[in-house]
Design a protein around this ligand. Sequence first.
Ligand code: HEC
Length: 157
Amino acid sequence: MRLAAVLALAGAAAAVFAAAALPVRAAPDGATLYAKCAACHTKTGAGVPGAFPPLGPDVRTKATTEAGRRYLALVVTRGVSGPIKVGGKPYAGVMPAQGTLDDASVAAVLNHVGTEIVKTGPEFKPFTEAEIAAHRATGTALSAQDVGKLHAAAGGQ
Ligand code: HEC
């Protein structure tokens, strides 16, 4: 019995060491990643009139439809260039693709925007890494201008 207990403990300890040796991938932090977006869209998401659209209730409205969710994923992965209207105001600038963000990071930053930056609008359903991967795969041939053309069908104002 005693030996069995010792062996069991040794086994458990080995399992702990084995688990610790696995490469652990920390979940990306949406709040930290949002600093990239804040450079243009501002810290609060208010944006800059005529230049950088606000990240407001429009984002949550878009996130209620499949076309809108694809649009949001592609805006980040491919960039977007208008003319588009956000919150009723026209924008015709260029957002560069945020190419350094992997799928989990895109999901994390969009979820930060949908919950912490935007506090009003329809209920926000979080993005998963798998959902971003699927949308990214459908958009590999799209330019920022092409993504802009998806805006009309993406909902919002
Ligand atoms: C270099 C400036 C810049 C950065 C950095 C940037 N954006 Fe943008 N973003 C823009 C511009 C400009 C537009 C509008 C494009 C246009 O005028 O056609 C835009 C549009 C958008 C839209 C579409 C809004 C709508 O309702 O259609 C979303 C969503 C968005 N950005 C999210 C983000 C997120 C999330 C990040 C960070 C990962 C980010 N942006 C980083 C400049 C930027």
